[in-house]
Write a protein that binds this ligand. Structure first.
Ligand code: IMP
Ligand code: MG
Length: 245
């Protein structure tokens, strides 16, 4: 009887020791597996990072792709900071003048898009926007005053307060036609916001109600203004030193 009891005790002890061993092996496997997983993920993450880090300087390397913003043919006339701070002032003035009037701002494509987009966000009153595209006949440097509307408004403007937003007033021929055209459609009021005024070249009187900057008689590009569709993307206004270059 006591012999049988000793046997079963011995059996229990050996079964306990065996289970302990199995448990230990399991624990070691789990720890080493999770270490592998974490390590593998770390390695992959580092690889992704390294690839991107190495590609970035290549894509923007000034040695391979010349920078348009620091093109030596450009001489900065109005910096990004100057433009933005003047536009904030104009926005505050327009906010005060048009409060409660629900004005319709009309941007003249394509040049005025940038000015319109920044000006809009500085006007804190209810408003809506429309676009018009205009082409004027004449040589490449001089408009004849004969204007054609390429894209007209999609809405009637009778009784509306209109604020035309334009990039630059040069001879004034295009805008004097446009402002008269809008007034003849029965608008309640028609005013003009222009970022730049090349006043020395004026041929037709145009009243600029909200002016960014008067500028000298030079061909300027950037911030929407182009030379043969180039330079619109500059965040500043620059004088183009040599248009042929
Ligand atoms: P204007 O006032 O009828 O002579 O025409 C003004 C238009 O001529 C503007 O909307 C511009 O598209 C263009 N323009 C006049 N001066 C410049 C300039 O210096 N750079 C780029 N575009 C100009
Ligand atoms: Mg224009």
């Amino acid at each position: 009887m006591s012999h049988h009891k000793a046997d079963s005790q011995q059996y229990l002890v050996s079964a306990f020791l065996q289970s302990l061993c199995v448990l230990c092996v399991l624990c070691v496997s789990v720890v080493s597996f999770s270490h592998d997983v974490i390590h593998h993920r770390d390695t992959k993450y580092t690889e992704i990072h390294r690839v991107n880090f190495e590609e970035t300087p290549l894509a923007t390397s000034s040695a391979q792709i010349p920078s348009e913003f620091s093109n030596p043919n450009l001489e900065v006339l109005l910096s990004q900071e100057k433009l933005q701070s003047r536009i904030r002032e104009l926005g505050a003035e327009i906010t005060r003048d048009y409060a409660g009037q629900n004005p319709l701002l009309i941007g003249v494509l394509k040049g005025a898009c940038f000015f319109l987009s920044d000006l809009l966000r500085a006007i804190d009153t209810r408003l809506s926007i429309e676009f018009m595209a205009i082409s004027s006949y004449g040589s490449s440097t001089r408009t004849s005053g004969e204007v054609r509307i390429m894209k007209d408004l999609d809405v009637p403007i009778e009784g509306r307060h209109i604020l035309v937003v334009e990039d630059i007033v040069d001879t004034g021929l295009t805008l004097s036609y446009l402002l008269a055209n809008l007034q003849s459609r029965g608008a309640a009021s028609v005013k003009l916001a222009a970022l730049l005024d090349k006043y020395e070249r004026r041929e037709k009187d145009v009243k600029i109600d909200y002016l960014g900057f008067p500028i000298p008689d030079a061909f300027v590009v950037g911030y929407g203004l182009d030379y043969a569709e180039r330079y619109r993307n500059l965040p500043f206004i620059a004088v183009l030193k040599n248009p042929e270059a």
